[in-house]
Design a protein around this ligand. Structure first.
Ligand code: ATP
Length: 452
């Protein structure tokens, strides 16, 4: 891995992926605002996830639940009482630290060994008040995960979309956790975006589905996002790490510069959540099996991941530096085209008054088909470097020959090779090149036999 956190954070800010939030006021507590390139990339990540987990399948549907909902949800789910992290203070530097993040007894902030206060529990829920009066009865919470939205809507989705088991409900949206130690750029923040799916299945098939979703999700990182397999691993939780209701949980981990870290959790939640909400709401949250003529409470397998965390992982995975024959250094983000914020940049050789309108006409032709950018500032060499640095796979250059032959040059980010293509066939040529640079699709993960 060629970038460390500092290099990446600085590139992100310089080029417009993400900035310290409210920077003109000195920023705010490890909070980040996304810039023009960051939002494009996030949109792509969401699109690819939604496509793979919802639209391309026949067994998953989507919802969007409220961020602030009935606080009874968070009492029943256990978050009000148990969504806590163990907190200690360093007696030397006063840093607040998560006790489970301390390695070898040393303070991550000042390095002092074994100088901590007693451990105490800290609840991560953000509280707010609904309505004009700030009293106990108006307390509500910002959701700490999107998952509960799927459980409380289980019955509604089941009846309104006439589903049979197994089926999933998916959601993408913001979640909020008052993390004790946010940090490492957008790796851990207090406001973040999750993509979660609850897959409801017959209890007897749930371990098979858990195995399936681990592999299927891992495949997505390789094939949809183009992450190299050496940077990914599946780690099954040991018995001591499992929540009391979980039969199995695995993390898909990514090799960050500071070590392996969780990208996505694939949890087996059993029937814990549906039973908890059935008990608290008095509703029968079960499924009627028409063949067996009986009610059952489905088990749930949950792949859950953060959009922001994928984005930082993709930037680390893509970052590359190289020096050419002439000793010139370039930074390249080797992003797969589907996640690159810009797919095609249109660059007139100069700001010459004859070139600019022609280049703009080429740009207009490409805009309906690709995520594009037009750039005519500075030398062409510098503009190529800038596009390399933001991961643009293809640049189209308009030069004086274009005025005569109606052809342009396509320059490839990775090979830096250039080919001449008629403007009339440009959309197709670019489409083919993008298609050819996508990661190859491997065999599909075998689905467990349904109703076995
Ligand atoms: P941790 O123990 O690291 O605090 P977790 O294991 O409780 O987190 P989950 O509840 O499993 O995290 O959340 C699912 C996914 O949501 C994570 O894999 C991660 O991608 C993302 N996520 C969770 N918390 C944050 C956060 N504070 N900032 C950014 N992404 C997050």
């Amino acid at each position: 891995m060629k970038a460390d956190l500092e290099i990446l954070t600085s590139l992100a800010k310089r080029r417009g992926f993400a900035y310290p939030s409210a920077e003109i006021y000195g920023g705010f507590q490890s909070t980040w605002d996304y810039g023009p390139l960051g939002v494009e990339m996030k949109r792509q990540i969401r699109e690819l996830w939604w496509r793979a987990v919802v639209q391309a399948r026949d067994d998953v549907v989507g919802i969007e639940a409220a961020v602030i909902t009935n606080p009874a949800v968070w009492r029943a789910s256990g978050h009000v009482d148990h969504f806590t992290d163990p907190l200690v203070d360093c007696l030397e530097c006063r840093a607040r630290v998560r006790a489970d993040h301390i390695e070898d007894g040393a303070c991550p902030s000042c390095g002092a060994v074994g100088r901590f206060t007693e451990e105490r529990s800290f609840n991560l829920l953000f509280r707010t008040y609904v309505g004009p009066v700030e009293e106990d009865s108006s307390v509500a919470y910002l959701r700490p995960e999107t998952a509960q939205g799927m459980f409380v809507n289980f019955e509604n989705v089941l009846t309104s979309s006439r589903r049979r088991l197994p089926f999933g409900i998916a959601q993408i949206g913001r979640s909020y956790r008052n993390e004790i130690t946010p940090g490492q750029f957008i790796f851990r923040t207090r406001e973040f975006e999750q993509m979660e799916m609850e897959y409801f299945c017959d209890p007897s098939e749930s371990l098979d589905w858990h195995r399936y979703w681990k592999e299927e999700r891992l495949r997505w990182y390789r094939e949809a996002l183009g992450v190299s397999p050496e940077l990914l691993r599946l780690r099954d939780h040991g018995a001591d790490e499992l929540s009391h209701y979980s039969e199995a949980t695995a993390d898909i981990e990514f090799r960050f510069p500071w070590g392996w870290g969780e990208l996505e959790g694939v949890a087996h939640r059993g029937d814990y959540d549906l039973r908890a909400h059935a008990g608290a709401s008095g509703r029968q949250l079960s499924y009627f099996d028409p063949e067996r003529q009986e009610h059952l409470v489905p088990h749930v397998v949950e792949p859950a991941v953060g959009v922001d965390r994928i984005l930082i992982a993709l930037l680390f995975a893509a970052y590359d530096e190289e020096t050419d024959d002439r000793g010139e250094r370039r930074v390249v983000l080797r992003l797969t085209p589907d996640v690159a914020p810009v797919e095609v940049a249109v660059l007139p050789l100069s700001r010459n008054e004859r070139l600019v309108p022609t280049a703009r006409a080429v740009w207009e032709r490409l805009r309906p088909h690709f995520r594009t950018q037009y750039d005519d500032a500075q030398s062409i060499g510098r503009r190529y470097r800038r596009q390399d640095e933001i991961g643009t796979p293809q640049c189209v250059t308009v030069d004086f020959d274009t005025l005569d032959d109606d052809a342009v040059t396509i320059r490839d980010r990775d090979t830096m090779q250039q080919v001449r293509v008629p403007v009339a066939g440009l959309v197709q040529a670019l489409g083919e090149r993008i298609e050819a640079s996508r990661p190859p699709a491997g065999p599909a993960v075998e689905t467990p036999a349904r109703g076995s």
